[in-house]
Design a protein around this ligand. Structure first.
Ligand SMILES: O=C(O)CCC(=O)C(=O)O
Length: 254
C-alpha cells in the first residue's frame, strides 16, 4: 500500500469534488488483488443474492477473507470520507459484483443514472442530494479492466450541473476513462451520472464496491431481508466488539 502525503489527499479530494469521479493508481498490491478475487469467487459460491452475480455485506466474511474489511477501512478512503463528509458518516453498501461476458449482473445499472437507490423512501433527500455530496463509492480495481471488459462509464462534472442525462447522449460525454489499471481505487460522488456497460471479453469483471454516506442516508444496501419480507439492519456483532475504531464507526447502527 502506498503512503500518501497530505497534499496528495487534497488533490484527490479536489478532483473528486470537481469531476465527481477520480482514479488513484497503485493502491493495492497484486497479493491484495488476488485475495479479493479469491474472496469474490468464494462469496459467489457460498453466499446468497440479491442477484445471482451480486453479494452484499462482504465485511461478514472477515474470517475467511479479511481483505474486504481492509478495503472498507482503507486509510486513504477514510481520509477522503473525512474530508468530503465530515465526521458523521457510515457504510451503506459493501458489495461484490461479477460482470460476465454478455451477462451483466444488473441490467438496471446500464441506464445512465445517479445513485438515487440510496434514497428509496426519502423523497426530500432526492432534492437535497443535488446541493451537496451525500455519499460516494469506492470501487476497487482488482484486475485490469480494458474497454471491452465492461468498465463503469462516468460523465465528469455532471454532479454539478443539475442536468439530467440519458443513454441517448453522445458517447464522448462519457469521457472519464475506458481502461482501469489493476490495483487502482476509483472514487465517485453518488450524484455523478454514470452507467454500467456490457462485458464482451472472456474474462469476468469482478468488482468490490463500498459506499460511504452521511447518516441521513440509510444503510440501504447492507440490510437483511426477514422472513416476513421486512428489511432490517443486522449489525455484525463480532466486528462491533473486536474490530478497529474505524470499522465500528462505519458499522454502528445510527
Ligand atoms: O457495475 C458497474 O459498472 C456500475 C455500477 C453502478 O452503476 C452503481 O453501482 O451504481
Amino acid at each position: 500500500m502506498t503512503n500518501r502525503s497530505a497534499i496528495d489527499v487534497r488533490q484527490i479530494v479536489r478532483s473528486l469534488q470537481t469531476d465527481g469521479v477520480t482514479l488513484v493508481e497503485n493502491q493495492l498490491t497484486d497479493d491484495q488483488c488476488q485475495q479479493a478475487l479469491d474472496g469474490i469467487e468464494w462469496g459467489l459460491q457460498n453466499k446468497a443474492g440479491p442477484q445471482p452475480l451480486q453479494r452484499q455485506r462482504t465485511y461478514e466474511w472477515f474470517r475467511e477473507f479479511p481483505i474486504f474489511v481492509e478495503l472498507i477501512e482503507n486509510p486513504l478512503v477514510i481520509q477522503i470520507a473525512d474530508a468530503c463528509l465530515g465526521q458523521e458518516y457510515h457504510l451503506i453498501c459493501a458489495e461484490i459484483t461479477r460482470n460476465e461476458k454478455d451477462n451483466h449482473y444488473l441490467e438496471a445499472v446500464k441506464k445512465t443514472h445517479q445513485d438515487h437507490c440510496f434514497f428509496p423512501e426519502q423523497s426530500d433527500l432526492l432534492t437535497q442530494m443535488q446541493t451537496r455530496m451525500f455519499g460516494f463509492t469506492a470501487q476497487w480495481v482488482v484486475l485490469d479492466i480494458p474497454p471491452e471488459m465492461g468498465p463503469t462509464e462516468f460523465i465528469p462534472g455532471s454532479q454539478r450541473s443539475g442536468q439530467r442525462h440519458t443513454n441517448e447522449i453522445a458517447p464522448s460525454d462519457f469521457s472519464f476513462r475506458s481502461h482501469f489499471p489493476r490495483g487502482s481505487l476509483v472514487l465517485y460522488d453518488h450524484r455523478v451520472w454514470h452507467r454500467g456497460t456490457d462485458n464482451h471479453s472472456e474474462t469476468a469483471r469482478d468488482l468490490p464496491q463500498n459506499c460511504y454516506a452521511l447518516h441521513a442516508v440509510d444503510k440501504v444496501q447492507i440490510m437483511t431481508t426477514c422472513e416476513d419480507g421486512a428489511e432490517i439492519y443486522v449489525p455484525c456483532s463480532e466486528l462491533l466488539e473486536s474490530g478497529s475504531d474505524t470499522i465500528r464507526k462505519l458499522l454502528s447502527p445510527v
